[in-house]
Ligand binder design. Structure first.
Ligand SMILES: CC(C)=CCC/C(C)=C/CC/C(C)=C/CC/C(C)=C/[C@@H]1[C@@H](COP(=O)(O)OP(=O)(O)O)[C@]1(C)CC/C=C(\C)CC/C=C(\C)CCC=C(C)C
Length: 419
């Protein structure tokens, strides 16, 4: 890490947003109306539920796929989004298991600081800056991180800042200048930081984090892929397409965070089932985000709702642009909300398996985000002109509830699916 710090540049050399995305990323200007992500049809929903929880290995989990793979013609099977994402989950879980084994053998918890004069204070500053960004953009979440151990807290801040900066590329003040080439450069920069060559101070913090925790680069690359998708796509044919988008932009956050938050030593849950729960929380959050922002997104010409499900409900883009709450719309929304809640339910199973100090911020984020769905219902499904939000009072109430839930020990085996 000390070497990496030689590459540090101060935030004052950066341009663009307050998060310091460099102008080197900005290329030719294209028009870009950023938006979000959402849902699909009942049978997919059911298959999702069945799939995520149980099977032991790939062939049990995806019997149809397995037979296609065995096809002697050598034809490549087309994987569903869920199958593709599950491979990333398995890879990240395997990485964590290997790393834990290594650390057990060495009797280490996290990598110790190597004291090279001058570098630790620079690194300290880099992390402090990440903490400030986090406090500015996500107050409640920042508060929640205060319960974590200092090393974990700083690492989560560093991840948060990288995610926020990535999101700002397509959703921030300079979004209209962002091109696929700029995203390629951002990805090259990511690869550099994973190789110990961070470009700036905030990257340096993440660079340090990925040497301390068993974090794979794939979810980071996938988040950038989500931003690419946002540049070129404004409609989703079905839930499978939307699921992939939700994984890219939000499920990835879960996969990045769990190696840092840690699984409780007393948890008996299989590692991959905890990662599945983390993935589910990201997807649930993103689906909720999409449902909340239907009107706002439509005004940017974007419809994240699955086109086939809209059609099945007798609805079209036109109905969304018109923005009239009809019974058709209410029925459609009820199904979408139901599906988002199922993802939250799946996520709940994993929270108690996390290390004790990490549970509170996760419970708080889960409870607060899920509450947005209740608010959409309370608004009689008018998500065209009314923004569903959780009041300060409800937020405050959620915090002690989250705290009480966080006190519960891992429940493992009985409620978690054995993978
Ligand atoms: C404890 C905790 C919540 C940790 C996550 C910290 C972290 C690294 C957050 C990064 C969030 C971020 C900036 C993502 C960029 C893409 C994006 C904007 C996604 C949307 C988030 C909300 O965005 P926004 O701030 O614009 O929302 P508002 O408009 O202000 O409402 C998302 C909807 C998704 C964010 C996804 C998560 C927070 C995933 C959380 C999952 C875990 C932390 C795993 C928990 C583990 C288990 C086992 C359940």
């Amino acid at each position: 890490m000390p070497l990496a710090l030689l590459w540090v540049v101060t935030p004052s050399t950066e341009v663009c947003s307050g998060l310091g995305v460099t102008d080197s990323l900005v290329g030719r200007s294209i028009s870009n109306g950023r938006s979000k992500r959402i849902s699909k049809k009942q049978e997919n929903l059911n298959s999702w539920r069945l799939n995520v929880a149980k099977p032991k290995n790939r062939s049990e989990r995806y019997p149809v796929l397995s037979s296609m793979v065995a096809n002697p013609t050598g034809e490549m099977a087309v994987l569903s989004s869920e199958q593709r994402v599950y491979d990333v989950v398995l890879k990240q879980a395997a990485l964590v298991n290997r790393e834990l084994k290594k650390r057990e053998d060495l009797d280490l918890d996290v990598k110790p600081d190597i004291a090279v004069p001058g570098t630790l204070s620079l690194l300290g500053e880099a992390y402090d800056r990440c903490g400030e960004v986090c406090a500015e953009y996500a107050k409640t979440f920042y508060l929640g991180t205060q319960l974590m151990t200092p090393t974990r807290r700083k690492a989560i801040w560093a991840i948060y800042v990288w995610c926020r900066r990535t999101d700002e590329l397509v959703d921030g003040p300079n979004a209209s200048h962002i091109t696929p080439t700029a995203l390629d450069r951002w990805e090259a920069r990511l690869e550099d930081l994973f190789s110990g060559r961070p470009f700036d101070m905030l990257d340096a913090a993440l660079c340090d984090t990925v040497t301390r925790f068993p974090i794979d680069i794939q979810p980071f690359k996938d988040m950038i892929e989500g931003m690419r998708l946002d540049l070129r796509k404004s409609r989703y044919k079905n839930f499978d397409e939307l699921y992939l988008y939700c994984y890219y932009v939000a499920g990835t956050v879960g996969l990045m965070s769990v190696p840092v938050m840690g699984i409780a030593p007393e948890s008996k849950a299989p590692t991959e089932s905890v990662y599945n729960a983390a993935l589910a929380l990201g997807i649930a959050n993103q689906l909720t985000n999409i449902l909340r922002d239907v009107g706002e997104d439509s005004r940017r010409g974007r419809v994240y709702l699955p086109q086939d499900e809209l059609a099945q409900a007798g609805l079209s883009d036109e109905d969304i642009f018109t923005g009239k709450v009809t019974d058709k719309w209410r029925n459609f929304m009820k199904k979408q909300i139901k599906r988002a809640r199922m993802f939250f339910d799946e996520a709940e199973k994993g929270v108690s398996e996390l290390s004790a100090a990490s549970r509170w911020p996760v419970w708080a984020s889960l409870l607060l985000y899920r509450e947005i769905l209740d608010e959409i219902e309370a608004n009689d499904y008018n998500n065209f002109t009314k923004r569903a939000y959780v009041s300060k009072a409800k937020k405050l109430l959620a915090l002690p509830i989250a705290y009480a839930k966080a006190k519960l020990p891992p429940r493992s085996i009985s409620s978690m699916s054995k993978v």
